[in-house]
Design a protein around this ligand. Structure first.
Ligand code: TYM
Length: 339
């Protein structure tokens, strides 16, 4: 039986944080044997916000190395860089021309980011979800494992696929509408400074997040300073205790303990006793990943080879879909060759 296909990606905007890991990458790793996987570093998305050309390439390599350090296995997964496969840009243009503009200005992430960017909002930021749809549809992905914040973009991807098939498919499904894979726990990791806000790369305070490459003393400092509440005793699912819910969930996911186990263990504890446990769990679960990362990043020629091969293979698959789309849209091509 052929395996279902998975595609997902992360932007190379600085370091990865615990939200990216628990909401997305840990799920990719756990599911990778079951699927045929494509994981890209989405560097075209990275320039939809102001960026620094001096760090883009290095950040791209960092994210690729982190994928491998987190446990992405090249036996089951293809790792590649989005901009190395030009079909992503071309399909985006073709899909742009059939995506109604009012589907885009409704996107929650666009509204949030546009507010932050003020006068400098680019057309690229508005178009971000169409580029994401192109990423997914090029590979005819069945499943897209992402955090909860990407749900709306996935719905848009399905709508774009349906619209393309309806307008140009002549009764066939030429672009497969994907489904999102969103984890039950970890899909929305919250900020350490405010349990009602998502942990985010764009939060100006580094104390609001745990980055995967944070050293132990920094993790300790961040947990020591993180926001808690004055209520005695720790428990899940309590109204108005978002920080408690977030920190217990992190502890549960990092230790691999069940919710019941964590609830029993932490019920008698105060924050002063729980914080060292959480700190220890964070340091110990990130340590092996950080060691693997250091070894990988010290060998750029290996990473280059991985990405070179990945882009080649991804390009082969992407090209097939692009050809189908060009044919359906009626493009001219030299006689005997496909458009
Ligand atoms: P990015 O880099 O912003 O986020 C990468 C992944 O991390 C998840 N995530 C979170 N999960 C839980 N809690 C959080 N606080 C948290 N913050 C981020 C995101 O949901 C995402 O899964 N638009 C995508 C990148 C992308 C993509 C794609 C993904 C471009 N093309 C095609 C899938 C398929 C994004 O959010 O990147």
């Amino acid at each position: 039986m052929t395996k279902q296909r998975v595609l997902s990606g992360v932007q190379p905007t600085g370091n990865l944080h615990l939200g990216n890991y628990l909401g997305a990458i840990q799920g990719w790793v756990e599911g990778q044997k079951e699927f045929e996987n494509f994981f890209c570093v989405v560097d075209l998305h990275a320039i939809t916000a102001p960026h620094d050309p001096r760090t883009l390439a290095a950040n791209t390599l960092t994210i690729a190395a982190l994928y491998l350090a987190c446990g992405i296995d090249l036996e089951y997964s293809t790792v590649f860089v989005q901009s190395q496969v030009p079909a992503h840009s071309e399909l985006t243009w073709l899909l742009n021309c059939l995506t109604p503009l009012n589907w885009l200005d409704d996107m929650i992430q666009f509204k949030e980011k546009a507010l932050r960017q003020g006068e400098h909002v680019s057309l690229g930021l508005l178009d971000y979800p169409v580029l994401m749809a192109a990423d997914i549809l090029l590979y005819q992905a069945d499943k897209v494992p992402v955090g909860e914040d990407q749900k709306q973009h996935l719905e848009l991807t399905r709508d774009i696929a349906d619209r393309f098939n309806h307008l140009f498919g002549q009764g066939q499904v030429l672009l497969k509408p994907p489904t999102s894979l969103i984890r039950a726990a970890g899909a929305r990791v919250m900020s350490l400074s405010d349990g009602r806000r998502k942990m985010s790369k764009s939060d100006p305070s580094d104390l609001s997040r745990i980055n995967l490459l944070d050293p132990p003393d920094l993790i300790q400092k961040k947990i020591k300073n993180c926001k808690t509440d004055p209520v005695r005793g720790l428990a899940f699912d309590q109204p108005d205790r978002p920080e408690c819910q977030n920190l217990l969930t992190l502890y549960m996911l990092l230790t691999g303990k069940s919710k019941d186990q964590v609830a029993a263990e932490t019920a008698p504890l105060g924050w002063g006793q729980f914080k060292p446990l959480l700190t220890e769990a964070l340091i110990e679960s990130l340590r092996p990943l950080q060691n693997r990362y250091q070894a990988l990043i010290a060998d750029p020629s290996y990473l280059e080879e991985v990405l070179h091969q990945g882009s080649y293979w991804a390009g082969e698959i992407a090209h097939q879909t692009l050809t189908t789309v060009r044919q359906a849209l009626g493009y001219w091509s030299p006689r005997g060759s496909k458009p």
